[in-house]
Design a protein around this ligand. Structure first.
Ligand code: F6R
Length: 255
């Protein structure tokens, strides 16, 4: 895993966005995996800026989101559909036909999950997956203990994750208990992975993910096995790392 550290979150986001934009320019029909949550917001802001000011073209890309709460319709203001529209899709020229977010209201969840996996495969696989990391080491909604070979499926959210997300809901009872999530195996099949982490609250998870033993108790740790995974972190999130890191990825990543 290549670790890229910058002082501040804004710089981290800009660097990661620069990498993603370069990939889109190189392959205009890139298949891009997307995450929600606070971590990728800076990347999305920068990609929007590049679209408006530099004409970065998203019209041919295909997107697949990592996850969605079960029981929330796409119009619910805490659904990940809604989040993506608000924070990215409504501000760029992505073609809605090529956008995929798991459907939290699907009647047959298992069937939906199989369809999602097939859809990713039919698109040629995910070229680049953006990931955040939970303070407990989860990626997408693959909580500690998730199978490292898992595929898209329904997962029960841990109390820790529900508590982390409670701030977005009126009260704890409203926080969904289940989600559809890409599996760890699905994520690992992506050709490249950009993991973004910021803040002291992520330092332990980042340490476990980048330098800890590979274990289902920290699902993000499997990324150590990926050939093309890049961790973009700010100083706070990377403060416990003892290994080498770089602050300029361009010479390292581009062939
Ligand atoms: C979101 C997702 C989650 C978040 C993680 C970190 O689609 O899959 O795994 O990436 O919970 O969330 P933030 O970025 O809000 O700290």
């Amino acid at each position: 895993m290549l670790v890229i550290v910058k002082e501040k979150y804004e710089e981290v986001s800009k660097e990661a966005a620069k990498l993603i934009a370069a990939k889109i320019r190189k392959k205009p029909d890139l298949v891009l995996g997307l995450a929600t949550g606070s971590s990728p917001l800076g990347i999305y802001k920068e990609l929007i800026r590049m679209h408006i000011e530099e004409g970065l073209d998203f019209s041919k890309i295909t997107t697949f989101n990592l996850d969605e709460y079960i029981g929330l319709p796409p119009t619910h203001n805490q659904s990940y559909h809604y989040f993506m529209k608000q924070n990215l899709f409504d501000h760029i020229n992505v073609d809605e036909r090529f956008v995929h977010v798991p459907h939290g209201m699907a009647k047959d969840i298992d069937k939906f999950c199989s369809w999602y996996e097939k859809r990713i495969k039919d698109a040629g696989g995910i070229d680049l997956q953006i990931l955040g990391i939970g303070s407990n080491g989860h990626i997408a909604f693959n909580e500690p203990g998730s199978s490292l070979g898992s595929r898209t499926r329904i997962k029960t959210l841990t109390e820790k994750t529900r508590l982390d997300n409670a701030r977005f809901f009126a009260d704890m009872d409203e926080v969904p208990k289940y989600a559809i999530t890409m599996g760890v195996g699905t994520i690992m099949d992506s050709k490249e992975i950009v993991l973004i982490a910021n803040g002291k609250g992520k330092a332990n998870a980042v340490k476990a993910a980048a330098e800890g033993p590979i274990t289902a108790m920290c699902p993000a740790s499997i990324i150590q096995m990926h050939q093309r995974a890049y961790l973009f972190a700010d100083k706070d999130a990377s403060e416990l790392l003892i290994g080498d890191y770089v602050d300029n990825w361009e010479s390292v990543i581009f062939e």
